[in-house]
Ligand binder design. Sequence first.
Ligand SMILES: *Cc1c(COP(=O)(O)O)cnc(C)c1O
Length: 447
Amino acid sequence: MSQLAIFGGEKAVKTVNEDMLKWPIITKEDEAAVLDVLRTANMSGTDITKKFEREFADWIGVKYALGFNNGTASLLGAMFGVGVKKGDEIICPSVTYWASCLQAMTLGATVVFANVKKDTLCIDPDDIEKKITPRTKAIVAVHYLAHPCDMDRIMEIAKKHNLKVIEDLSHAQGGYYKGKRLGTIGDAAGISMMTGKSFAIGEGGMLITNDRTVYERAIALGSYERFTAENITDEELKPYMGLPLGGYKFRMHQMSSAVGRVQLKYYDERCAEIRKAMNYFWDLLEGVPGIRPHRVDESTGSTMAGFYAPHGIYVSEELGGLSVTRFCEAVRAEGVLDCTPGCNSALHTHALFQTADVYGDGVPTRIANSPEDIRKLDDNLEPAEKIGTMIYGVPWLKKFIPSEIEEYANAYKKVAENYKELLEGDPGNPPRIGGWHFFKHTKKDDK
Ligand SMILES: *Cc1c(COP(=O)(O)O)cnc(C)c1O
């Protein structure tokens, strides 16, 4: 008689504790901070944002931080900041959220996609080297699902080819790479702080950099009220002060800034508990066939920050070729709703990057300013295209409660150990797994 819940056995997960999965943690202090802003009836000022920027910059260890209305805008600010312009190429992993790169097209630049590595799920430095052309301007290093990129290799490649490095820190706020805070290693970083993320303040974004030029250019693009003599030293920018160069208005909302200041006070502490919980979860699954953790060895001085949207790597061969779809179905039946296959689909497979003529150039926007058809570089992006079958969600545990974590780990273990029962009736994987926006969180209303 089968033990698996999918065949009527008892569920592995018996305890329902909302605090285990709930995020962000909002207390009376966050509420009071928002009410303060509301009561001043000055919801569009910059004072609170400036305080938040200063505190954030000090916390992460950079000279400059500039608030944005969302992460997408902060990354556009970073691109403009490092000098991405018409005809340039940026190299970005194909597996990421679109806002790691799509904005480059509004600058007249284009995106060259690189592969991701099977174990880290981050950009593959060997593939970056293959994708460099005379027009390459920058590399976007996305610390995907909180895993730090191989920054030593990336910085070495950038140095050798005189490229800029933009870190997309939207999944990994507060993480470390070999003892250095992520986001402080490249030339600039853009950061989402929207509600679903690990550092969550509502809607908001932040650009961080140690480079004064990047900072001033980012101000010039979308913060007209700060595009003044007080902030601008760059002689090239000075004649245009007062109006935003990009024609954008990217100011962060004060209420988000207020929440951010409160969240920042507790963030490292809360992340430390998440890491304790998540590392315990993965320790329990060490050696289970078919299952590999997506995490770093913390003894190297690297961390997974707040373990944003954690996933596991799937090794189908060790489970008799069982599809990840069937595997996840069985784990969900054990009571783990987060176990869905895949994540962000490979961006280069979307029609927007292939055929869309967004700006009326008469050719696809992706190649509108290119002397050659860079879409041919999309061939051979294998792990990226297969990503949907390679990974599955695991619960994002916020509390270190061993007995509850053991229930979650047991769900995966039980399914892996009884995989043979699932082979019969396995429908296989559908042609596409994952989505353009995001994978499922525990909260239904995220995006
Ligand atoms: C969420 C996200 C962004 C964009 O941030 P928004 O705040 O949603 O605009 C950029 N890059 C990555 C990797 C993200 O996950």
